[in-house]
Structures are given as structure tokens and as C-alpha cells.
Design a protein around this ligand. Structure first.
Ligand code: EPZ
Length: 427
């Protein structure tokens, strides 16, 4: 398995091009199921998760041609030849659950493997299932699969989510766009990725109001047409590089990302002594003082602080001149980066869903292991400032969600390299 080796201590300065959002691309790809016409997506990041979902779509009979250079993905759902998403594909990429709603809506049936949990939590899909039942689907759980049927099509209905769920909101919004009548989603998620999906659906002929609020109204249509759509910038990637700039003390310009989708970062960055300013579609990060100051974070659904940036902010706190408290309210097991950061000399105490981080003057480079996508990148960030060399193993997690991470960081002065398996042996 590949590793990344980082030599810490370099200040990062310069521009970083932000890619299209992974968590907008995945639901947008599932939307191709809703129409028999071509859906052309641009600014789709070259990530393992995107390629994995392409495999699932092709399994359904959808043609998916991705060009890693132009970042364009041409999808064509003219013929759905299969309505089953098998376990061996779904387990690799749990967001495949997003094909469930569109498949039932378009084909009247679907057989999708239960995604199972992952490192950060049990990740149930009960809200997806309950929502589809509200739209009239008959659902049965059988041998690890969700069997859904709606032979007469779906019927619009009020759907109240007992918990805010990004994926459930996306799944039911897509299903409702082909249902008969009106669907009103309440306690819906408000993430920018949901707004991006909704705006694409509207371009496909859907009638949707309330995007970005917790109440979304969808007037179902009989057919949706193809369209072209450019994916929004990845705010989590942008936030990750903002932390890299803050930790190393340089000045970083995040190119082509919208500070509107990073508002939750401005206040903690300000407390940390880091300037974050929007400038004509870019975001500039500059640390004012010679050390990071402490701050507190609690993760919440958008527009609150995103759980996907929690590990990165914890890395930043490990070298602050004070202390900070991080509380994770979304997932039940998202502190797996803690023991690895402690191995690098961080001083972190976990009590249930909260972690108290007391700053230390310096981290020490060490061999550490990635456990999930965002925990992996928090170890890379720690390696950027640690004394000596840090080697992060199991970096296949990173390839799922960060496009050309090594290239983007070395492009602004970081000293890191990817070690292929055999190189490592020779190490
Ligand atoms: C999306 O996951 C993102 N993934 C996650 O990003 C992100 O962390 C999460 O939203 C929260 O923002 C994609 O968009 C592909 P949820 P999702 O449904 O939709 C519980 C990353 O690193 N829940 O909003 O699966 C769930 O267990 C990934 O890019 C139910 O109880 O998240 C969690 O506690 C990690 N029942 C909470 O809701 C359900 O049916 C929020 O989950 C669904 C969810």
C-alpha cells in the first residue's frame, strides 16, 4: 500500500486551484438515472469515489465517460438495463445509496445493497427508506438488500426528516422530482451540495422551491430532460487547505471557491489569529501572529461547522498557544485521528463526544496510519508542521476525496512525496 512521506517545517505560499465538490458530484451523477437524455457534468474531480459510482451507474446500464483532464463526465441513461446495485460495489462507496430514489422513481423498482457502516459510524439509511415509503414505495429488507417497488410510480407527500440528513434529503428530493403531485420536505438538510443538486434538477425541468432552507417543496414531473451542469467548488477541500496555510504561517490563495460556503470557518480562524478574506471568487488565508491561538468548535448541520472539517481543525489546535474544545455531534466515532496525532506529540483528551486539545510548541514527525478520509488529511496537515519526517500509511483513504493532494501541496512549497509500495520496501 502506498504511503506519503512529509518533511515538516515549510511555510506554504501561493495559489491552490480548488476542485469540484466530491459531495456535490456524487448526487449529481445519480441524477442521470432520472432522465433518458444525456447529462453533461463539468468540474467533476478525478477521485476514486467518482470512479466507484461510475461503476455502479454502468452496472445499471448507464453510459459514463469521464475525462480526467477536462474533468467532464458525460452520462447517458437512455436505457436502464438493470435495477440492482450489488453489495460488492455499494460497500466500496456508501454514497451509492443515492441511486435508490432515482431508480424507484424512474423504473418503479430497485434492489440496492444496504451500505453498511464505515469507520466513522453505523451510518444507517432508515431516513432514506422512511422517505420513500412516504412517497408510496413498498420497501422490504432482504438478505442485506433494500427491495423497493412502486409499480404505479411514486406519489408526492409531506416527508418530515426526524434527523437532518444530507443523503436522505438528496435521495428523496430526486425521487420526488418524478413523483405524481407535490412533496414537501421538512427538517431538510441545507448544504450547498443539496442546492447544487436542486439547481441541476431545475435545469432538467424539475419544479423545486426552498433550496438551502429546511423546507423544500417539489412539484413532481412526468419526465426530466438532460442538461449541462458545472459542479460547485469543494468547500471541504478549500477548508482543508485554509488550515494548511494557517498552520504553516504562509499566505495561500484558494482559487475559484466561494467564501459564502465557508462562513463557518471565518469566526474560528479569526479567533486563531488567521485572516480569511473573499476576493473576486477566491479566498485568501494569512496568519497574523507567530502562533495559532485557541478556539472551540462544535460540528452541526450546515450552515453550522461541518463535521468533514473537524479533524483538520483539531490538527490546527494541536500547535496553538492555548487550548480548544472540539465537540462532534454528527457522527459517533469521528475521533480516530486523535491517537495518531497523540503519537506525534499532541496533547488531546477525549471525553465522549468532546476532545480537549492543549497546544504544544511543536509536533514530532512519526509513522502514522490513516483510518478514514478526513482523519487521513489531518495527519498530513500535522506532518506539514512537525519536526522531522512523518510517514502516513493507508493513504488510499485520501484518494477517495482529495484530487492531486501531493501536487497541490508541493505546488505551494510543502515537502512531501508519495511512496509506491516497492519504494517503501527499499526505504
Ligand atoms: C454526507 O454523508 C457526506 N457524504 C459526508 O461526507 C458528511 O460527513 C455528511 O453528509 C454530514 O455532512 C456525501 O455527501 C457523499 P447524513 P451522509 O445522512 O449523507 C444519521 C466525507 O468525508 N443518519 O447527513 O451519509 C447519520 O448516521 C463524507 O466526504 C441516520 O440516522 O450523512 C449521521 O449521524 C463523510 N439515518 C447523521 O444522520 C439516515 O437514514 C448525518 O448523516 C441517514 C443518516
Amino acid at each position: 500500500m502506498d504511503k506519503i512521506r512529509i518533511t515538516g517545517g515549510k511555510e506554504l505560499n501561493g495559489d491552490i486551484e480548488i476542485s469540484g465538490a466530491k459531495n456535490a458530484s456524487l448526487p449529481l451523477m445519480a441524477a442521470a438515472i432520472l432522465t433518458d437524455q444525456p447529462l453533461m457534468l463539468s468540474r467533476v474531480p478525478d477521485l476514486k469515489d467518482v470512479l466507484s459510482l461510475n461503476d455502479v451507474l454502468e452496472q445499471l446500464g448507464i453510459r459514463a465517460q469521464y475525462d480526467g483532464r477536462s474533468k467532464k463526465l458525460a452520462l447517458n441513461g437512455a436505457k436502464i438495463t438493470n435495477t440492482e446495485a450489488p453489495y460488492d460495489l455499494v460497500r466500496k462507496m456508501r454514497a451509492s445509496i443515492l441511486v435508490l430514489g432515482p431508480l424507484v422513481a424512474r423504473m418503479g423498482e430497485a434492489k440496492v445493497s444496504l451500505p453498511g457502516g464505515c469507520a466513522i459510524g453505523t451510518r444507517p439509511v432508515d431516513l432514506h427508506i422512511e422517505g420513500l415509503k412516504r412517497l408510496g414505495a413498498e420497501i422490504e429488507l432482504h438478505e442485506g438488500y433494500i427491495l423497493a417497488r412502486a409499480p404505479k410510480g411514486l406519489t408526492g407527500a409531506p416527508v418530515h426528516f426526524t434527523k437532518v440528513s444530507v443523503g436522505a434529503t438528496e435521495n428523496i428530493m430526486m425521487a420526488a422530482s418524478l413523483a405524481k403531485g407535490t412533496t414537501v420536505l421538512t427538517n431538510a438538510a441545507r448544504e450547498p451540495e443539496i442546492v447544487d443538486l436542486g439547481e441541476c434538477l431545475i435545469k432538467m425541468g424539475a419544479e423545486i422551491e426552498g433550496l438551502g432552507t429546511d423546507k423544500i417543496t417539489i412539484q413532481g414531473k412526468q419526465f426530466l430532460r438532460g442538461t449541462e451542469h458545472s459542479v460547485i467548488a469543494d468547500r471541504i477541500e478549500a477548508g482543508t487547505f485554509a488550515v494548511a496555510g494557517a498552520m504553516t504561517g504562509g499566505t495561500i490563495t484558494l482559487k475559484n471557491c466561494d467564501i459564502k460556503h465557508l462562513q463557518y470557518l471565518v469566526a474560528p480562524m479569526h479567533k486563531a489569529g488567521v485572516h480569511m478574506t473573499g476576493d473576486k471568487g477566491d479566498v485568501i488565508i494569512h496568519r497574523e501572529d507567530d502562533r495559532i491561538h485557541g478556539f472551540d468548535i462544535m460540528t452541526e448541520p450546515y450552515p453550522g461547522f461541518p463535521t468533514d472539517l473537524q479533524a483538520q481543525m483539531m490538527s490546527m489546535l494541536t500547535i496553538c498557544d492555548g487550548a480548544g474544545m472540539i465537540t462532534e455531534t454528527i457522527f459517533e466515532n469521528r475521533f480516530m485521528h486523535v491517537p495518531e496525532l497523540v503519537r506525534m506529540g499532541a496533547n488531546i483528551t477525549v471525553h465522549g463526544a468532546s476532545a480537549l486539545v492543549r497546544g504544544v510548541p511543536k509536533l514530532k514527525g512519526a509513522p502514522v496510519m490513516a483510518t478514514d478520509l478526513r482523519a487521513s488529511v489531518s495527519l498530513i496537515l500535522a506532518g506539514l508542521v512537525a519536526e522531522g519526517v512523518t510517514t502516513v500509511s493507508r493513504i488510499y483513504h485520501l484518494d477517495r476525496g482529495y484530487e492531486d493532494l501531493v501536487g497541490k501541496l508541493t505546488g505551494v512549497g510543502a515537502q512531501l512525496e508519495r511512496l509506491k509500495d516497492q519504494e517503501e520496501a527499499a526505504e
